[in-house]
Design a binder for this molecule. Structure first.
Ligand code: 6PG
Length: 251
């Protein structure tokens, strides 16, 4: 099942985080009922922190922490205790609620980012028991939308955009003069559900580009699950430049 993205617009970031948390929990409960566990790849950056804090707040007692397996869609090339670490952000916001054995961190402290990517790819292959050429089908992958239209660490003009075989790569991002470790499109597009979270007026123009200009050629536009849902969860400020047609087409 793949088709149109679903767009949900929330009045404020707080409403967005609640809606996303309810969706997260519903998917977790359903996944555990269907196949005994819930696999989720977390997004980094700043937006999802509010979601993670809400999930960890105790407001969702039905979240099956012991059967939820946390991965990361990307990571900066820094140690886990670095202020820029996506793992550190998620751990401080939420992951201390999860069994440590259920959290699969990208070993971005490794000096060689390529080696870190290979180690993490092997982690995926082992956890999902993948044979040659098989892909890990995450129940849910969370993504954010960068101001340049990037998602995970798939930035415009970078090599990772054309990777079709590897699951995880080290991607040189020239504008930051650093490597990032990131999932590739094969993994993103094999998910049962990809959920973008985006809020704030500073995302209004890029969100319009992504949803209304198919010729823009932005990295986020290549996220189209082949057999899964694509869910955009945004607040009113981020949706401010969307046309009424887009809002009704994707509602
Ligand atoms: C990262 C994220 C990145 C993020 C976007 C949006 O490592 O920073 O994976 O892709 O989701 O840059 O970030 P904000 O949510 O902070 O705007």
């Amino acid at each position: 099942m793949s088709g149109q993205p679903e767009l949900r617009i929330f009045a404020t970031p707080a409403h967005l985080f609640r809606g996303a948390a309810e969706e997260f929990c519903a998917q977790a409960v359903a996944a555990v009922a269907q196949h005994g566990g819930f696999t989720v790849a977390l997004s980094g950056g700043s937006t999802p922190k509010g979601l993670y804090q809400l999930l960890a707040s105790g407001a969702f007692p039905n979240l099956p922490w012991d059967k939820t397996y946390f991965f990361f869609g990307d990571e900066r090339h820094v140690p886990p205790d670095h202020p820029d670490s996506n793992y550190r952000m998620a751990h401080d916001a939420m992951l201390s609620n999860a069994p440590a054995a259920n959290v699969f961190r990208i070993p971005a402290e490794m000096k060689d980012a390529g080696a870190a990517a290979s180690v993490y790819e092997q982690t995926l292959r082992s956890f999902f028991r993948l044979g040659p050429g098989e892909l890990p089908r995450f129940d849910l992958i969370l993504l954010g939308l960068g101001p340049d239209g990037h998602c995970a660490s798939l930035f415009p003009g970078t090599d990772a955009l054309t990777e079709t075989k590897k699951l995880v790569v080290a991607n040189w991002v020239d504008k930051f003069k650093t490597h990032r470790v990131t999932f590739t499109y094969p993994v993103l597009n094999d998910a049962a559900c990809v959920m973008f979270l985006s809020c704030g007026a500073d995302k209004a123009s890029i969100l319009r580009e992504v949803l209304e200009n198919p010729q823009a050629g932005l990295p986020s536009q290549k996220v189209r699950p082949t057999n899964g849902r694509l869910l955009w969860m945004v607040d009113r400020a981020a949706a401010a430049e969307l046309s009424p047609q887009t809002k009704s087409r994707l509602a």
